[in-house]
Design a protein around this ligand. Structure first.
Ligand code: FAD
Length: 558
């Protein structure tokens, strides 16, 4: 059996290694048009930022070590230029020697990845405007930074990679602006959670320009000018273009393979393309999202690696292992914060008309009485029918990653909010609390699901009934420090004695700082005959950050 694999990084190298483990006698040839194989693309921003100091650490394997370990014929600097499925050959060109040849296969695997989008904006060809996709790009940026000692950087696009680049350039001492066309950073996340991150980035000195489109570039006195629609230019010595990637489908398309609706290579549940002898994995494929059922493309390393393993299993044993799709679990470090998400954001659930409820809590990373506890915010969405968990977003300091992983695994396994309630965490004061934030968000969700708690999201507070009454149940000192316009202050601990001050004939919206005291007040009021009582999800803390960030973003729209 002879296997050919195109692309030798995340998906391709995983496929090749697994194939060899399963079949010691197969012939395996892997083509890679770049110089390097199996490197850590995810580490590239941190190498540019000097967090990873040794360039060699980026290389999980070299062509030589991979060939020696797995007995694979590794052909780097060799691009596959065409696939001819009718005779089962590929055409390749050695980019160093110019030699062109064809190679036959029994089974072919495509893992060509994706290419950064580089729009045809005026001036895009100027030196100093970079994309970050591979080791070559990274060496180029690193060399440019070392040689020209830039002072100002503009990152275009506030996605995961753009923000990692912004942080790393900032840590190198550059003055960094981030330009983003949308009204928030990190498109897969809902605005209230993104707002917490935006606030933090601004506090760290990143200049965020939301609702802002780049129209072109100019060069003046050796310096770049990033031109913005209807706004003043931004000066830059270095520009990182990070506005997204597009699946590399050219080879597949030219070979007549089916391309799906999301413009990725179509594969069935066994990762087999429309040609039974050709499989595909990674950033280039599209696959049904397990929550919406719609095909989407996932640009993440974890799914690409795992697909490689499944693909090799199916190639060797026949189609017997299904790929179940990705829920897009992703995480990013933003200075002192970590932000992660899994499943479908609330805005995407709304767009897809998928019924859902939400719950938001703030909780400590570990017992509050043990030093160093850090606040985290968890927002979940779940089905109003059976409580199935549809998404989770977590932001905070320590411990965000472990909560996200738990929540992600519940979403992936089609678990419910009751799994969160029952989740049994490893607890001792330095690590968690007797009720972990994952339990807490489950408790809140259960109350919401069973109609014991009515909540309103901070993004909807503006549109409540005009005659509604707002009650701030925090302390007078907290109230004096800032509240929501029109709110009256009845502190939680006084509310039982001041029930006569609570309006009887108006819908009541209760809030505290984080949500807990509001919930307690709501329980007291409901059990005292007040029927229409709603608690502000995430409390004043989330509402205020959301409102400030919305105003800031709106101010950017001229
Ligand atoms: P790739 O790993 O990109 O490999 C495709 C390879 O195919 C490329 O090397 C390309 O040169 C080669 N190729 C293409 N066409 C041909 C051809 N015709 N002939 C020969 N070779 C060809 N994901 C995460 O989950 N977490 C992260 O933190 C994260 N950080 C990232 C940071 C950066 C800077 C980048 C660029 C990506 C990051 N990703 C991250 C995404 C992740 O790296 C990709 O999702 C993953 O690498 C996709 O695997 P793949 O095999 O599909 O494509």
């Amino acid at each position: 059996m002879k296997y050919i694999i195109i692309g030798a990084v995340a998906g391709g190298a995983s496929t090749a290694a697994r194939l060899r483990r399963l079949n010691e006698h197969a012939e395996i040839v892997i083509f890679e048009k770049g110089q390097y194989i199996s490197y850590a693309n995810c580490g590239l921003p941190y190498y540019i930022g000097n967090v990873i100091k040794d360039r060699n650490k980026l290389f999980v394997q070299t062509a030589t070590s991979f060939a020696a370990r797995f007995n694979v014929d590794v052909r780097v600097s060799t691009e596959v230029t065409a696939i001819n499925p009718s005779v089962k050959t590929v055409s390749a060109i050695n980019l160093l020697t110019g030699e062109e040849y064809t190679e036959s296969y029994d089974k072919l695997v495509l893992s060509p990845g994706a290419s950064p989008i580089r729009p045809a904006l005026p001036g895009i060809q100027y030196e100093g405007i970079f994309t970050v996709r591979n080791v070559g790009d990274t060496d180029y940026i690193k060399g440019y930074v070392t040689e020209t000692k830039p002072q100002k950087a503009v990152v275009i696009g506030a996605g995961f990679i753009g923000l990692e680049m912004a942080e790393n350039l900032h840590e190198l001492g550059l003055d960094v602006s981030v330009v983003e066309m949308s009204n928030q950073i990190l498109a897969p996340v809902d605005l209230p959670i993104a707002a917490l991150a935006q606030k933090h980035l601004r506090e760290k000195g990143i200049h965020l320009h939301l609702n802002t489109a780049v129209t072109g570039f100019e060069k003046e006195d050796g310096r770049l000018k990033v031109q913005l629609q209807d706004k003043a230019d931004l000066e830059a010595d270095l520009v990182i273009l990070s506005i997204g990637v597009r699946s590399d489908t050219k080879l597949a398309e030219n070979a007549g393979l089916k391309i799906g609706q999301a413009r990725g290579i179509w594969v069935n549940e066994y990762l087999q393309t429309s040609d039974p002898d050709i499989y595909a994995v990674g950033d280039a494929i599209e696959y049904a999202n397990p929550i919406s059922g719609q095909t989407t493309i996932t640009f993440l390393a974890g799914p690409a690696n795992k697909q490689g393993r499944i693909c090799a299993n199916n190639l060797v044993f026949g189609n017997n292992q299904k790929y179940n799709g990705s829920i897009n679990t992703a995480i990013v470090k933003l200075f002192d914060l970590t932000l992660g998400a899994a499943g479908m954001a609330v805005k995407h659930l709304e767009r897809n008309k998928i019924p859902h409820l939400t719950a938001t809590i703030h909780g400590n990373s570990h017992a509050g009485y043990y030093p160093g506890a850090q606040l985290m915010t968890i927002q979940i969405a779940f089905s109003p029918e059976n409580g199935q968990l549809l998404s989770a977003q977590v932001i905070g300091g320590e411990g965000v990653d472990k909560r996200l992983d738990v929540l992600s695994s519940v979403i992936k396994n089609k678990g419910t909010i009751y799994d969160l309630i029952e989740f049994e965490q490893a607890y001792a004061p330095p690590f968690s609390s007797a009720k972990d934030p994952v339990n807490m968000v489950g408790f809140v969700a259960e109350n919401i699901l069973l109609d014991r708690l009515k909540v309103i999201e901070c993004s909807k507070l503006n549109s409540v009934e005009p005659h509604a009454a707002l009650i701030d149940v925090r302390t007078p000192a907290e109230f004096a420090g800032g509240t929501i316009e029109g709110a009256i202050n009845i502190p939680l601990d006084e509310i039982r004695n001041r029930l006569s001050e609570v309006p009887v004939d108006r819908p009541l919206y209760i809030f505290c700082q984080q949500g807990m005291r509001g919930y307690l007040a709501q329980r007291i009021l409901v059990q005292n005959g007040f029927e229409n009582v709603t608690n502000l999800s995430g409390g004043y803390l989330l509402w205020k950050t959301y409102k400030d960030e919305m105003e800031q973003a709106e101010a950017e729209v001229l």
